[in-house]
Write a protein that binds this ligand. Structure first.
Ligand SMILES: Nc1nc2c(ncn2[C@@H]2O[C@H](COP(=O)(O)OP(=O)(O)OP(=O)(O)O)[C@@H](O)[C@H]2O)c(=O)[nH]1
Ligand SMILES: [Mg+2]
Length: 444
């Protein structure tokens, strides 16, 4: 298992001591912080009712664990975790834990949550996790599953609030992943949607478009011999060249008598919009095994791109988890009477002055350079060397020396903004560390 790492480990040590010092007043929050520091990155799926969160979760789990339906369905927060974690420490007694082996289980704990835009009390826990209550920060990253089309003004505000609350001092990027859901129902090009969304909010977010139905079908064994039979029958239709069909009843008419209603419904529920059928039928021509067809479903679903974003975030679990738990500790201190609050604040100060915490800065800087406009305009070699230095990867001394010259000039540039100067100093420090290593002076 990949637990977050040294900085989160240090927070956990301090919280253990605080539990002894502070007693019951803060115990449940502190215990959950300790649990969070020892677990893989907690990622919560959030979004409005019926945007397809649970369907997406099933795809990520490669298993139909979560209930899905075209009505308000999920009523409590459920955390899915690798079975190797044993009994999972949970943020709140109302939450549930389910052990499941899934592709990213060694790196993530995935939470499904009730939809937000409802007057029922189901989403109360989700709101507390997003909005500054005791539970805020119990998830260190969020996958925001958005309904079809552009991001609404309301959601942009939600996301900006969530980012402001969870970014911490590192100006963190990457803990907010925006998923444009049900892409089969979207006419617009996904790249355009992403660009327009980025233009409409200053938020730095990661982005993926997913057809969750195809993703879940590909991953849960729903692509089977019946799927192949329906695709073959569609391919054999005399009207095939005159497609696309506009509705599922129209497809059912074309195939009347060949399949049961149940089989056709199962097929519809694994594809989504009928407009996808021409592409699907063509892409699966000559395929005679469900696993080959499932691979086409997988490709058309876009799920792999989302998984690679999640895997990338998990690489910096220490950064994200430490940020989240320190923010939780700050909120805890704000709620406590003076003396215990001072003890919590001194634990925070001990962490933030530690080597382990200082080592998080270059990691955060590398993220800023990769995922925001900070890296724009840099020569690709320059950017590559800076990222290698910040990520602690091997870097030839000659390249480190050249980077030191360039980035020293940037850090001293009085016209650069303070964030750029700070980043430049971090690259300088990393270059100096490489040049101080034994043997570096011998290399030309
Ligand atoms: N067309 C299409 N429909 C989808 C897709 N993903 C999910 N759905 C349908 O959307 C409906 C809601 O899916 P759920 O996964 O239950 O949605 P949810 O966001 O978990 O809903 P709540 O738990 O009530 O908040 C179901 O009828 C799904 O079949 C998709 O990619 N395309
Ligand atoms: Mg649900």
């Amino acid at each position: 298992m990949r637990a977050p790492g040294p900085a989160a480990g240090l927070v956990a040590d301090h919280c253990h001591k605080l539990i002894g010092l502070l007693g019951p007043a803060a115990e449940s929050t502190l215990r959950d912080i300790v649990a969070q520091c020892g677990q893989p990155l907690r990622v919560l799926l959030v979004g409005d009712v019926s945007t397809g969160k649970s369907t997406l979760l099933n795809a990520l789990l490669s298993d139909s664990r979560a209930e899905t339906a075209f009505k308000e369905t999920t009523s409590r927060v459920t955390w899915y975790h690798g079975p190797h974690l044993g009994a999972l420490g949970l943020p709140d007694p109302s939450h549930r834990a389910v052990a499941a082996g899934f592709p990213l289980a060694d790196r993530l704990v995935l939470g499904d949550s009730p939809g937000l835009n409802t007057s029922s009390e189901n989403p109360d826990e989700t709101r507390r996790m997003m909005g500054g209550g005791d539970l805020a920060g119990a998830a260190a990253a969020f996958v925001c599953v958005l309904g079809t089309g552009l991001v609404s003004g309301l959601w942009a505000k939600h996301l900006e609030g969530l980012a402001a609350l969870s970014a911490g001092p590192f100006d963190l990027v990457g803990n907010m992943v925006l998923v444009m859901a049900k892409i089969d129902l979207i006419d617009d090009d996904i790249g355009n949607l992403e660009r327009r969304t980025r233009d409409s909010t200053p938020l730095a977010f990661r982005f993926a478009g997913v057809n969750q139905l195809m993703a879940a079908a590909a991953r849960t064994g729903a692509v089977d011999g019946r799927t192949l039979a329906v695709l073959d029958a569609l391919r054999a239709l005399p009207s095939f060249e005159a497609w696309p069909p506009e509705s599922w009843p129209e497809v059912a008419d074309d195939l009347s008598g060949l399949f049961s209603d149940t089989d056709l419904k199962a097929f519809e529920d694994s594809v989504g919009a009928p407009e996808l059928l021409p592409e699907l039928v063509r892409a699966t021509a000559d395929m005679d095994h469900p696993s080959a067809v499932a691979a086409v479903f997988e490709r058309m679903s876009g799920l792999a791109a989302l998984e690679s974003v999640l895997a990338d975030i998990a690489e910096d679990a220490d950064l994200f988890t430490t940020t989240a738990v320190l923010l939780r500790l700050r909120r805890l201190a704000a709620r406590l009477p003076d003396d215990p609050a001072a003890q919590v604040r001194s634990a925070i100060a001990a962490v933030t002055s530690s080597r382990q915490y200082q080592d998080l800065w270059p990691r955060a800087a590398a993220r800023l350079m990769r995922h925001t406009s900070v890296g724009d305009g840099l020569d690709p070699d320059d950017l590559d060397t800076a990222l290698r230095l910040l990520s602690g990867l091997t870097c030839p001394p000659a390249a480190a020396a050249a980077a030191l010259t360039r980035w020293s000039a940037r850090s001293a540039d009085p016209f650069a903004d303070s964030r750029t100067r700070h980043l430049a100093r971090l690259v300088q420090d990393a270059a100096l560390r490489v040049l101080a290593e034994p043997g570096s002076e011998e290399t030309p």
